[in-house]
Design a protein around this ligand. Structure first.
Ligand code: OKP
Ligand code: ZN
Length: 343
């Protein structure tokens, strides 16, 4: 399997995130990607290629122009006000507030974000544009006739909506890739999200559409981040009704419970008969993940990969999302990809 990777992901490295009442070094750190690429080299998974440079047009198919412009300029505007610290919001327009973008950077961070865990740093803009190019290059390679590609995206993307960032996500790499597939002629694209967290951004981007089916397996929003989307009764709207399917599962879920939902999700995708599949590949379902509460073991990721390939036969783009158990992240990601390759 070809992988797409750029070392420019390192340019995004926050100093702090706010979690459990503490300021800590971000779990979403550059070392995650280094470990994945080490493992890919170790097992000789396949060729590793650099991303191509794309314009922002494919990003603008998914994200609002003012949001793109906000992200492009946010850090320098923050820096003028506050110096070298990471740009972090501290207040949000909750119920009873107006949804009107303020003029100054502090208020704009609040308007466009939904959490305090997603720092914007000096290198964030470069890293997020490269991350989306890594996904788009994967689409390109699939269009060239490959059966599967791994896009080593960092930072991740599935929490980012059209004009909202958060949950370590800025541009929604998987959504931009799925939209590029549609724009490239695919009539139906399925997006399977196996990250531990619900991909609220991906869901909302395609919620009213029947050409992109979103299927997500994740921690129950009653217990787990992002708390306010991801319930099973969110099934799409308008012409998109029936083309969004959520499988929330409780804390402590192990392979036995997980695989039932995976089988049901894959059957939905099979019945949709997509022209292409995008997998939002998170391995934070792992038992030792420091911020998550499922209990999958490393060998279970092999089984996820083989279940996917046994049921779905179209070209498949794997887009990296979460996974924070750094010591095992490479093994778990490559296990999933290997399970797919070996059937
Ligand atoms: C990003 B991805 C829970 C805090 C959660 C943000 C988690 C973002 C996950 N106590 N903080 O989906 O892996
Ligand atoms: Zn996650």
């Amino acid at each position: 399997m070809i992988s797409v990777f750029s070392k420019d992901h390192r340019l995004h490295f926050g100093q702090h995130e706010l979690i459990d009442g503490r300021f800590v070094t971000p779990f979403e750190c550059p070392e995650r990607m280094e470990r994945i690429m080490q493992r890919i080299a170790e097992v000789k998974l396949g060729e590793v290629v650099e991303p191509l440079e794309f314009s922002l047009d494919p990003v603008a198919r998914v994200h609002a122009l003012e949001f793109i412009e906000f992200l492009r300029t946010a850090y320098s505007r923050w820096r003028q006000r506050h110096g070298d610290s990471d740009a972090l919001p501290i207040c949000w327009p909750s119920r009873t507030f107006r949804q009107k973008p303020p003029a100054e950077i502090d208020g704009e961070l609040s308007y466009y974000s939904f959490d305090a865990g997603t720092p914007i740093t000096a290198g964030t803009w470069r890293a997020i544009t490269v991350s989306v190019n890594v996904a788009l290059t994967g689409v390109d390679i699939l269009q060239g006739g490959q059966k599967s590609v791994f896009s080593a995206c960092r930072p991740p993307g599935h929490h980012a909506a059209s004009d909202i960032y958060g949950g370590y996500s800025f541009f929604n790499n998987a959504a931009v890739a799925a939209q590029a597939m549609v724009d490239g002629g695919a009539e139906r694209v399925a997006l399977l999200d196996v990250d531990y967290h619900h991909g609220n951004g991906s869901q909302s981007i395609f919620y009213d559409r029947a050409d992109v089916l979103y299927v997500s397996l994740h921690g129950d929003p009653q217990q787990e981040f992002p708390y306010f989307l991801g319930y099973a009764d969110e099934t799409g709207t308008g012409t998109g009704e029936g083309y969004n399917r959520n499988f929330p599962m409780p804390w402590g879920t192990q392979w036995e419970g997980y695989q039932e939902c995976l089988d049901r999700g894959l059957t939905l995708i099979q019945n949709f008969s997509p022209d292409a599949l995008v997998v939002s590949l998170g391995v934070d379902t792992y038992e030792k993940d420091p911020i998550s509460k499922f209990r999958l073991r490393s060998e279970d990721f092999l089984k996820i990969g083989s279940k996917i390939v046994q049921k779905i036969h179209c070209p498949c783009l794997f887009v990296m999302e979460g996974g924070y158990a750094v010591d095992e992240i490479g093994i778990n990601v490559v296990n999933l990809l290997t399970g797919f390759l070996n059937g």
